[in-house]
Design a protein around this ligand. Structure first.
Ligand SMILES: Nc1ncnc2c1ncn2[C@@H]1O[C@H](COP(=O)(O)OP(=O)(O)OP(=O)(O)O)[C@@H](O)[C@H]1O
Length: 264
C-alpha cells in the first residue's frame, strides 16, 4: 500500500510522457524530424496532421515498436529510449492500432484474457499452481469490468467475427484498457465508424479522458479539438503548431495545410 502511494506520488510529480528531439528516417524519408512533446499527469493531448505527417511513426517511437534514430523518450521520468515495449507497458503505457489486431476466430472474452496475459493480472506461477481459482477469479472479474467499460458486457461469448465494426473498435479499446494503463495512445479511434458508432465512441473517449492520460491521433477535427485543450499539429514529420483548439484554428500554417489538402 505504502509502495503504491509512493508510486502514485512519484507519478503525480513527473510529466507522464516526454518526447525530446525525436527523429526517425526510413531510407530517404524523414518521417519524424526533431519532434518534442510533453504530457503532464492529468492532461491529454490530441495530435492532428495530414496523411503521411508522421503521427503513427511517432506513436511507434513512443511505444518502442521501432527505435529512434535520435532523441529520447521518458515515461514518468524514466528514460525508456532503449527499453523494450514491455517495460513501457509496465510503466503504464498502452495503445490502440489503426489496423485491427483482434483474433477474429476467438470470442470477446478470450481476446480480453489474452490481453491480460503477462500484464500482472495473475499470480506468480508458484502460487497460481496452488490456487488457480484465485487467478481465474481475478482475471474474470477484470474482464467483466473492462467489458462493461466499453459496453460489451453482453457480448463476452460472441466471436469477434460476429461483432459489428463499431463493436470491434470498442473491443480494441477494451484490450488497450485491460491492463489498467495510465497513458493510452489512440490511433484514429473513430476510423471507419458509422455516424451512430462515432457518437458512441466519442462519449466513451471523452469519459476516458477524465480518468486517463490520452494522446490521440484523430482526423475528425471537431472531435479532436473538443477533446482537450492541448493540440499538436504535425506536418512532414515536424511540429508546426502547438496550442489550444482556438490557437490551432487561427494558426496560419495549419489553415494553409488543411486548405491545400482540401483543394487537392
Ligand atoms: N516502415 C516504414 N517504412 C518506410 N516508410 C515508412 C514506414 N512507416 C512510415 N513510413 C513513411 O513515413 C512517413 C510518415 O508516415 P506515418 O504513417 O507515420 O504518417 P501518418 O501521419 O500516421 O499518416 P496517416 O494519417 O496516413 O496514417 C510517410 O512518408 C510514410 O510513407
Amino acid at each position: 500500500m505504502i509502495n503504491n502511494e509512493q508510486t502514485t506520488q512519484k507519478k503525480n510529480r513527473k510529466p507522464a510522457l516526454v518526447v525530446k528531439n525525436a527523429s526517425k528516417s526510413f531510407g530517404g524519408v524523414k518521417a519524424i524530424d526533431d519532434v518534442s512533446l510533453t504530457i503532464d499527469s492529468g492532461r491529454s493531448r490530441v495530435m492532428i496532421g495530414p496523411n503521411g505527417a508522421g503521427k503513427s511513426t511517432l506513436f511507434n517511437l513512443i511505444t518502442g515498436e521501432i527505435p529512434l534514430d535520435e532523441g529520447r523518450v521518458f515515461i514518468y521520468g524514466e528514460d525508456v529510449t532503449k527499453k523494450a515495449v514491455q517495460r513501457r507497458s509496465e510503466l503504464g503505457l498502452s495503445r490502440t492500432y489503426q489496423i485491427s489486431n483482434l483474433f477474429h476466430e476467438l470470442t470477446v472474452k478470450e481476446n480480453m484474457y489474452l490481453a491480460l496475459q503477462g500484464k500482472g493480472w495473475e499470480l506468480p506461477n508458484f502460487f497460481s499452481f496452488f490456487i488457480p481459482w484465485f487467478k481465474n477469479e481475478k482475471r474474470t472479474s477484470r474482464v467483466k469490468e473492462v467489458a462493461e467499460s466499453v459496453a460489451l458486457e453482453n457480448k463476452l461469448d460472441t466471436l469477434v467475427s460476429n461483432l459489428s465494426h463499431g463493436e470491434q473498435r470498442q473491443l480494441e479499446l477494451g484490450i488497450a484498457l485491460a491492463p489498467d494503463p495510465d497513458i493510452i495512445l489512440f490511433d484514429e479511434p473513430m476510423a471507419g465508424l458509422s455516424p451512430s458508432e462515432r457518437v458512441f465512441m466519442k462519449k466513451l473517449i471523452k469519459r476516458l479522458a477524465t480518468e486517463k492520460i490520452i494522446l490521440a491521433i484523430e482526423h475528425d477535427m471537431d472531435f479532436a479539438l473538443s477533446l482537450t485543450n492541448d493540440v499538436t499539429v504535425l506536418h512532414q514529420g515536424a511540429t508546426i503548431a502547438d496550442g489550444t483548439p482556438d490557437e490551432i484554428k487561427q494558426n496560419e500554417d495549419v489553415r494553409k495545410i488543411y486548405k491545400i489538402q482540401n483543394t487537392e
